[in-house]
Design a protein. Structure first.
Length: 95
């Protein structure tokens, strides 16, 4: 992991990670819901949030001089049921 709660000037990246290829930068949005919220956490990532994540990614690319590196945006959805283990889903955020 390269950072947590990374401020980009236009918003914040929950996590900034290095992919297993050790070259690709991954900007990660984390959404969590607890016990029976009634909707999946990933539903909170609509068009406006995707645009904001793209702005954050562009700002970080410029600030960190990552123009020569692949960058992608992913989300992690975590559901904490009232009982049992958390359910974790990871998916790519498309523009």
């Amino acid at each position: 992991m390269l950072g947590r709660n990374v401020e980009a000037g236009v918003g914040e990246a929950d996590l900034v990670c290095l992919a297993p290829d050790r070259r690709t930068i991954v900007i990660v949005e984390v959404k969590t819901r607890r016990g029976g919220a009634g909707f999946a956490p990933e539903t909170a990532i609509g068009a406006a949030k995707r645009r904001k994540l793209e702005q954050v990614a562009r700002a970080l690319i410029k600030r960190k001089r990552w123009q020569d590196r692949p960058v992608r945006i992913e989300a992690v959805a975590v559901e904490w049921p009232e009982r049992g283990r958390p359910i974790v889903r990871r998916f790519r955020v498309e523009p």
